[in-house]
Ligand binder design. Structure first.
Ligand SMILES: C[S@@+](CC[C@H](N)C(=O)[O-])C[C@H]1O[C@@H](n2cnc3c(N)ncnc32)[C@H](O)[C@@H]1O
Length: 238
């Protein structure tokens, strides 16, 4: 952000000779805000250790003991039209394996909003992407992602990518996330959900979406896959 500040002339003493009236030139002051400020936690150790430790201490909320493989990251992004994508939101980014692959592929003008609830994992994301201007890392709750996007003036996104353990969320929270996704995704966009339990929750996603395709990813620890969903039917929890 750039703002223009006009410096005030210094006060002159009454005894001083009259100075020629002088308007100092406007000075452009750079007030650039860093979208990825440090969280205050500097996570120590490699990504796999941070995920393992988070999994051991928080269990279901993390749902996976290792970061997604690059095969998983590629699979969740396959088919995205990067020339058209204006903004993408990623929910539950962990240590950022999918974010990193998005950064490689995305047009630098594509806004990538990344939300993570765990402060240590968020600290790793901010370390990793602090100098990537089109990435904004938010320490926050993905169930509120509609508000988080609205606060940033982003009414619509092209795709929602989720690493959240949605099946273990309370039904109301899952409904809220999927309803927000349906409201927020632009025409032609998708909701993409990764999983480490291949196909087990296919029926659950079919209750929410008209069209659900599953992409298997064998090279992941553990093997998993991605649901690519279109055509929200409404919150159809049973
Ligand atoms: C299965 S891990 C996936 C991490 C990463 N996307 C990957 O592929 O390696 C799930 C992530 O969702 C995060 N998470 C769980 N509940 C969340 C919530 N309500 N809001 C934001 N993130 C959440 C966890 O902290 C964890 O990092």
């Amino acid at each position: 952000m750039q703002s223009t500040v006009t410096p005030q002339p210094a006060a002159t003493s009454p005894a001083a000779p009259m100075a020629t009236p002088h308007t100092p030139p406007a000075v452009a002051v750079e007030t650039k805000t860093n979208p990825n400020p440090p969280t205050g936690t500097t996570p120590k150790g490699p990504d796999w250790w941070l995920m393992m430790r988070a999994f051991l201490t928080q269990g279901k909320r993390i749902a996976s003991f290792a970061p997604s493989s690059r095969f998983m990251a590629r699979k969740i992004l396959d088919g995205i039209d990067w020339a058209k994508a204006g903004s993408i939101v990623e929910l539950g980014a962990g240590t950022g394996p999918i974010t990193a692959e998005m950064v490689k592929r995305a047009n630098p003008k594509t806004k990538l909003v990344v939300i993570e609830l765990d402060p240590t994992l968020c600290g790793r994301l901010r370390e990793r992407f602090h100098d990537t201007p089109n990435v904004e890392v938010i320490l926050g709750d993905a169930t509120k992602f509609g508000e988080l996007l609205a606060e940033r003036g982003i009414p619509k996104v092209d795709h929602v990518l989720s690493g959240l353990p949605l099946p273990s969320f309370p039904a109301e929270a899952r409904d809220a996330i999927l309803e927000t996704a349906a409201r927020t995704i632009s025409d032609g966009g998708t909701f993409r959900q990764l999983t480490v339990m291949p196909l087990i929750y296919y029926k659950m996603y079919r209750r929410y979406f008209e069209d659900v395709r599953f992409r298997f990813v064998p090279f992941n620890l553990p093997p998993g896959g991605v649901y690519v969903c279109r055509g929200f039917r409404g919150a159809a929890r049973v």
